[in-house]
Design a protein. Sequence first.
Length: 64
Amino acid sequence: MNNIIVDADICNGRPVIKGTRITARTVLEFLAAGDSIEDVLEEYPTLTREDVLACQGFSAEPIS
């Protein structure tokens, strides 16, 4: 999960992909809409497959 960070100074503290301002939620919304991982990577070429999978993993973690 090192690909996802939460920093109050980046995107108002929303979880983002490390080194970007792309929120995990944005990636998950693409996937929920039926886009494939390849579609997400085409839309956001700076992301890696591992980044997208990290978003999925992050969404599955219980809220503490």
